[in-house]
Write a protein of this length. Structure first.
Lengths: 253, 200
């Protein structure tokens, strides 16, 4: 049984059997993995709180041949984000980040940029950046890194580099097609379209270009904010194949 | 006939798989075990399930397991009804009861909020707790939800729910397990045990 060693973030953790947990990680070196942590729910568990959701740990896993479920042998806390455990809005934002990573990344496919983006996302929330905006920016960034990059410079349906999508004009965003759609395609297809004003388009393109470290410098409010929230929510639901718990879930409780 | 027999076994496996912590393989093992055991022994299990479902319900007041309308604690006049201790599941209640450290009443949520799974306040017995506070007579609510992300979310929500009633809210302290060396505690546990320190 080869031993895998990697920094990891816990995406979710489920009770299993008498006192065990099955934990889904996003790891720096191996991508998304699942492991069983024996005895993790006992008071004297050697894992302590290192396997709690939203905690970054140094993880040791035994890889089991022909099994996607590994065995967690050790986990030491590397970075915690205490505010995410103390505020329902921050918790819901972090939960959306973790849920989206769980839903749209393939198993065992390393992508260090996704790992960094997730760590940065949790840091931004923990530092007190506005949770809804931080979560929106994270989602745009993550989609851009996973092969679900929202198309903004080509028609997402036919691939044509259309002038009508150029600067200064309103775009029609199709969640089903995964981006802006050109005029002929709009008439041809029966998708539901969401309008993106020039301001929203510029913001979206900028967010896709920026590195995760500086992403939280972007600010959006009013029309740009609400257009993008609607479009990204519709798109995320499409690529995840299901409705994820809403970003403002628990915030209104 | 053979098809029919397979259908019956498959039905048992399907039912077993629905139990928490039981996967397909375990369910198959259990089903074959039941198939092989003596008639009388296997039916004792079925009887026990029957008896539990016929004889037990959830207490009207605290949602603990009860044989009648109210559970043994809500019926006991010697319990201190000014204090309510809130737990996620009945199993936690019985662990606290075994310790003998609490003489008040309980409230069982039968679940937790979960931001990751989208479980909200209407999915747990939170409103029932508010109703008990509205009825008056309660001076302190002690939250004993687990120190997990779900338990934290639930405690934050309940604190907000309870505060307007002007009732004292506290959370059980968590930190270093008894018998453990402090140097082996992880940093989240250490922070929590420092926060939960008390005057001597
Ligand atoms: Zn087109
Ligand atoms: Zn009761």
């Amino acid at each position: 049984m080869p031993l895998l060693k990697t920094p990891a973030i816990t995406l979710k953790s489920r009770k299993w059997g008498e006192a065990d947990r099955i934990v889904t990680f996003y790891t720096l070196r191996f991508g998304k993995l699942r492991g069983v942590a024996r005895g993790a729910r006992r008071i004297k568990s050697r894992f302590g709180s290192a396997l709690e959701p939203f905690v970054q740990c140094d993880l040791n896993l035994f890889e089991k041949p022909n099994d996607t479920l590994h065995r967690v042998s050790q986990a030491d806390i590397k970075e915690t984000f205490p505010a995410l455990r103390e505020d329902l809005a921050l918790m819901a934002g972090a939960a959306r980040m973790a849920n989206l990573v769980t839903a749209i990344t393939p198993d065992a496919d390393p992508a260090p940029k996704i790992f960094d983006t997730l760590v940065q996302g949790f840091r931004s929330l923990n530092e007190g950046h506005e949770p809804a905006l931080t979560t929106l920016l994270f989602q745009i960034k993550l989609l851009g890194l996973t092969g679900f990059r929202p198309q903004t410079d080509h028609c997402a349906a036919c691939g044509k580099d259309t002038q009508t999508l150029g600067a200064g004009s309103t775009g029609r965003f199709s969640a089903l097609a995964g981006g802006l759609v050109c005029d002929p395609c709009v008439h041809r297809r029966s998708d539901r379209y969401l309008f993106l004003s020039p301001g929203s388009l510029a913001f979206l393109q900028q967010a896709l270009r920026m590195t995760p470290e500086v992403l939280n410098r972007l600010k959006a409010s009013g029309q740009v904010r609400s257009e993008l929230e609607l479009a990204i929510e519709a798109y995320v639901t499409c690529v995840a194949g299901k409705r994820l718990p809403p970003v403002d879930f628990l915030a209104s409780c | 006939m053979a098809m029919d027999q397979q259908g019956l076994l498959a039905r048992l496996i399907r039912e077993l798989v629905r139990l928490p912590g039981i996967g397909q393989k375990t369910a198959q093992r259990l089903a074959f075990h039941i198939l092989k055991t003596e008639q009388e022994e296997a039916l004792r299990l079925a009887d026990a399930i029957h008896a539990v479902k016929d004889g037990l319900t959830f207490c009207r007041q605290c949602r603990n397991i009860a044989e009648g309308d109210l559970c043994e604690f809500c019926l006991d006049p010697k319990r201190d009804s000014t204090k309510i201790l809130v737990v996620e599941e009945p199993s936690t209640l019985y662990a606290i009861e075994r310790s003998g450290g609490f003489r008040g009443l309980y409230h069982v949520l039968l679940g937790t909020l979960s931001p990751l799974d989208g479980v909200g306040p209407s999915d747990i017995r939170a409103q029932e707790l508010a109703d008990r506070l509205k009825a008056g007579g309660v001076q302190e609510v002690i939250l004993a939800t687990n120190p997990t992300i779900e338990g934290e979310a639930t405690a934050i929500y309940l604190t907000r729910l309870i505060k307007p009633f002007g009732v004292k809210v506290s959370r059980i302290a968590y930190g270093i397990p008894v018998g453990m060396d402090i140097e082996y505690a992880d940093e989240v546990t250490l922070i929590k045990s420092l926060e939960g320190r008390r005057d001597l």
